[in-house]
Design a protein around this ligand. Structure first.
Ligand code: AMP
Ligand code: MG
Length: 348
């Protein structure tokens, strides 16, 4: 298949957008930018189209897709019960990086929901994404546009690496603003429950609707718990090299990583370091990548997946990363880093 790449970095190209809409309505696949990561879109109400997403990504069929909408009233056609609290959250955070889970209506195929009777819904905050959803019929299933297991794509070139030849179109909207996937909150039970941490954290949700729980499988409280979002149980974001997160005082972290890096270099290998703007000059060797400043959390989240992909290209022997327990997005950032590292953490 020939994959068309369309440039919409400077704004929406109406003719290309109409073509993208036709592709989606005919059951094809279009990758597009959102404010979180790039999505791989298909008509969510067409089970054959949804199936194509699983095939292109190599995604396990029990891992449900998030349905993207562009207008609040469209929610009621796919969600069977919308609690008042969900409407309050939608009013505050949509369009935005929040996904909510509801009982599904019959029109949503089980292929889209990975066999579940619930459906995950989000309204993204990106003009290209919203225009594409409208052009495609209003209901676009879209997981992250990466091959399953690889870091999520935060630029069109990442999508092209994974999807060229497998999908009809990639819309390039430039680099994303947030860089980690949406917060997922299950609204189908008694107490709303966070199933995946993202930019919108527990305090922000609780300020609007009161008590919000957190799935024990992601809070780290219970390492044997089975995550409620099926996708969270799979190996994710894994760079090719073995990765270790080093936690502790700044001084101890730098000194430990430097010792390990020197050892790697002595033995003829080239390790990579995930550093911050504040610490990058204190490392003595290896490939040092400052992912952002601790004073600007979004600079960290935005570069996280891209840096993991760069280390793959540079074929580093090992990756050493600082921990990033930042105040607002710390849980979301550390959730992705821990998965990338296969939960290898060293306290120094
Ligand atoms: P992705 O779009 O690739 O970031 O993945 C979507 C995430 O949403 C996965 O972790 C899914 O398991 C989760 N998800 C989607 N729909 C549901 C649902 N109905 N119930 C629980 N989790 C869901
Ligand atoms: Mg994903």
């Amino acid at each position: 298949m020939n994959t068309i790449i369309v440039d919409m970095k400077a704004g929406i190209d109406e003719a290309a957008m109409a073509q993208a809409g036709r592709i989606l309505r005919a059951g094809g696949l279009v990758a597009f930018p959102t404010e979180t990561v790039y999505g791989l879109g298909a008509d969510a109400l067409d089970e054959t189209a949804s199936e194509k997403i699983y095939r292109a990504k190599g995604r396990p069929s029990d891992n449900p897709l998030i349905v993207h909408i562009a207008a609040m009233q469209d929610l009621y056609r796919i969600a069977a019960k919308v609690p008042g609290k969900a409407e309050l959250l939608a009013e505050k955070f949509w369009p935005g990086p929040l996904t909510m889970i509801f009982q599904k209506q019959d029109c949503v195929p089980l292929k889209t929901t990975g066999g579940l009777e619930t459906v995950a819904v989000r309204m993204p905050d990106h003009p290209v994404a919203l225009a594409l959803i409208r052009a495609g019929g209003g209901y676009i299933a879209a997981p992250s546009a990466n091959t399953s297991g690889r870091p999520s794509p935060t630029a069109a070139k990442h999508v092209a690496e994974d999807m060229t030849g497998k999908i009809e179109m990639i819309i390039d909207g430039g680099s994303v603003g947030i860089g980690v996937e949406s917060t997922i909150v299950d609204m189908s039970g008694e107490t709303p429950m966070i199933l995946r941490p993202g930019y919108i954290n527990r305090e922000m949700l609780e300020a609007v609707i009161g008590e919000v729980g957190i799935d024990p499988a992601i809070s780290g409280a219970d390492v044997t718990a089975r995550p409620k979002a099926p996708g969270m149980k799979y190996r994710h974001y894994a760079p090719k090299a073995d990765m270790l997160i080093v936690e502790g005082t700044e001084k101890n972290v730098i000194s430990y990583i430097n010792t390990m890096v020197e050892k790697e270099l002595r033995e003829g290998r080239m390790p990579g370091i995930i550093a911050s703007e504040e610490t990058k000059d204190h490392y003595v060797g290896g490939i040092i990548k400052p992912i952002g400043s601790r004073m600007d959390e979004l600079s960290i989240s935005r570069h996280l997946f891209g840096v993991l992909r760069e280390f793959d290209e540079q074929k580093v022997s090992r990756i050493f990363s600082e921990a990033f327990d930042t105040p607002v997005m710390g849980q979301a950032i550390m959730n992705r880093l821990l998965k990338a590292a296969g939960h290898q953490v060293l306290e120094v």
